[in-house]
Design a protein around this ligand. Sequence first.
Ligand code: NAP
Length: 280
Amino acid sequence: MHTVRLPDGETVPALGQGTWMIGEDRSQRSREISALRTGIDLGMTLIDTAEMYGDGQSEELIAEAIAGRRDSVFLVSKVYPHNASRNGVAEACARSLQRLGTDRIDLYLLHWRGGVPLEQTVAGFERLKADGKIRHWGVSNFDTDDMEDLMAAGGTACAVNQILYNIGRRGCEFDLLPWLGDHGIPIMAYSPVEQGRLPQKGAAGAALAGVAARHQATPYQIALAWLLRRPETIVIPKAADPAHVRDNRRAADIALDAADLAAIDAAFPPPRRKTPLAML
Ligand code: NAP
């Protein structure tokens, strides 16, 4: 699988695993752990979570899934905006480390922009980095003007912006992706298969099905391959079903050609004007 280079030169797998809604139902626990371990075995070693997910239950389940193999995993977690003051991030990070059963988070993100001045959050992140509690930090759900504000607040060490981006949610292509490209900041595309609700009917459903048939793939795999074609995009589908995890891994080996991309553009048009960044 190809990798994506973070601004400091470290590389991470382009395809990782999301964990929203994982860890909340005890009857699903062993299946969810098995799905995450399957993904790790297949090289999807970047795992995305947040203190918000299941009020910490996602982080606790990940601790179990990665027991004994922490060093082969790249852990991403997120702090709530209301915890993102200079001292608040340190306290939230300590709780996340405890739940994750580890001494460091590889990438720690501000989940979305809230009321705390960005200078404070950046100072908190930088202190955590200096203390070795986190290795990189970044943001999530930041639109172009938020990124400008972040830079002005001293946040030039931002490693990633995690945003809603998929085949049917292309608004960020207008100005945010070019801005991030110019600044060498990769994106992490969340909800890459639209939470399992890709279009099945109409022109969009037919186009996706047509491209999928050409590659003997599923529409989900095509939606992932479409995102993975961009070299600076990390993609984090969530799959509690180990069979879905295996399908998702195979998507990284699908190369879409110009005809595929044209069919996708016709059915899922790129943006012609600025729209505010969507979030879930
Ligand atoms: P998603 O990954 O687009 O979709 C997950 C859904 O798609 C699940 O129902 C899953 O089913 C299904 N699925 C996955 N692979 C499939 C496949 N190959 N074939 C058929 N169905 C498949 O949605 P998401 O969970 O919202 O987004 C992914 C991750 O991004 C999250 O888990 C989270 O880590 C992160 N996220 C971040 C933010 C943010 O604000 N920063 C917001 C949303 C999400 P099964 O579970 O049954 O396998």
